[in-house]
Design a protein around this ligand. Structure first.
Ligand SMILES: *Cc1c(COP(=O)(O)O)cnc(C)c1O
Length: 376
């Protein structure tokens, strides 16, 4: 057991009560709780529509499907992301084309590098808002507009994060969210697809449930008795047990993220006199989710990253790596590609604990330990 874990689930009696209520209602699959969760999620983001799903991976898959991405199409994406972002492109037999990140202080996709990767076969860009901090969306949307490309936002890290007054996930054509247990909103497994486009929503809704024209909840209410199947769809539904957890979590979200911003402030302060430790997005203005807290070691100690992580673990501090870059995995190795910034940053980064109950003393302890190790 670690003295300070990487993450602590923000769950309590409210979640227990919500699940119990759903169990006692005797409707546990997709139904009224799922519909309520979708409605609240969409209105929280100011999105036209939200569709609840089994997880974010299938949300990314549906995004590819409804945007018409298919065999041989090229989709530009980051390598410094969770592998699901890239796998989803492969599900529709499209080709992931990795773009580099900007720098250690802004590890989001570099618009200049995106431009260089565009070919006649490019159809879409999938962005990932790293740690909940926005990609350069004005430039990326401009590139997409110039080349007639679709934009999917993998906004798993950024519920409620803002960019120029808009919520992340609502800027591109489709936004995808995850409610996996360690995300800002936790339902165990779960995901959401958001879009302003009525037609895209209808297609995603069909594909979510076998291509069937009605849901069993609607039939049980007598709204319709039969159904047709008009696409080879999937079972990508969320159930009402998870949706009821999601509703409680939504109500806690603002307060949780507010406290995370305080924790981040403590980190920035505690590392102020440690130039060896680079804090990406330091001093960022604008509301962000702070899903994870990642630091990048500078050249003087970056080569000792794994050793420093081991020492942190011995000091009782759990850490992680977000992420081992996808282009280095065997499955993507045939997409031989030069990503010098991604490679350099990925080898020097460490994810430190971040959750709303982290105390100032714990943050100071982590920073002091890091300071000794980086200079050691
Ligand atoms: C968590 C995560 C996913 C996958 O979400 P699931 O709900 O676990 O399928 C995809 N992309 C990013 C960036 C993530 O953090």
């Amino acid at each position: 057991m670690y003295k300070i874990p990487l993450f602590e689930l923000n769950y309590g009696a409210e979640e227990e009560a919500a699940v119990l209520e759903t169990l006692r209602s005797k409707w546990i699959s997709t139904g009224p709780k799922t519909a309520a969760f979708e409605k609240e999620f969409a209105s929280m983001l100011g999105a036209g529509h939200a569709l609840a799903l089994a997880n974010c991976t299938v949300s990314l898959h549906l995004a590819m499907k409804i945007l018409g991405i298919g065999p041989g199409d090229e989709v530009i994406c980051p390598s410094l992301t969770f592998v699901a972002t890239v796998n989803a492109i492969r599900y529709v037999d499209a080709i992931p084309v990795f773009a580099d990140i900007r720098s250690s202080s802004d590890p989001t996709m570099d618009p200049a590098d995106i431009r260089k990767r565009i070919t006649d076969r490019t159809r879409a860009i999938v962005v990932m808002h790293y740690a909940g901090f926005p990609c350069a969306m004005d430039e990326i949307m401009e590139i997409a507009h110039q080349h007639g490309l679709k934009v999917v936002e993998d906004a798993c890290h950024g519920p409620l994060s803002e960019y120029n007054g808009k919520k992340l996930g609502t800027i591109g054509h489709v936004g995808c969210f995850s409610f996996f247990s360690n995300k800002n909103i936790s339902t165990g497994e779960g995901g959401m697809l958001v879009t302003d486009d009525d037609r895209l929503l209808e297609q995603a809704k069909l594909l979510r449930s076998h291509g069937m024209t009605t849901l069993s909840y609607e039939r049980s209410k007598g709204h319709s008795t039969g159904y047709d199947v008009i696409e080879s769809g999937y079972n990508y539904r969320m159930d009402d047990i998870r949706a009821s957890l999601g509703l409680v979590q939504l109500h806690k979200l603002s307060a949780d993220l507010g406290q995370r911003a305080v924790v981040r402030g403590w980190y920035e302060e505690a590392f102020a006199d440690v130039p060896e430790v680079i804090i990406p997005f330091r001093g960022h203005e604008g509301f962000v989710s702070n899903y994870i807290f990642v630091v990048v070691l500078d050249e003087t100690c970056g080569h000792r990253r794994d050793e420093i992580r081991n020492s942190l673990h011995q000091a009782g501090i759990q850490t992680s790596i977000h992420y081992p870059p996808a282009h280095r995995f065997s499955i993507f190795s045939q997409n031989a590609v030069q990503l010098p910034v991604t490679e350099s940053v990925a080898d020097r980064l460490i994810t430190l604990p971040m959750f709303s109950k982290l105390s100032r003393d714990e943050v100071v302890y982590i920073a002091e330990t890091m300071k000794q190790l980086t200079r050691g």
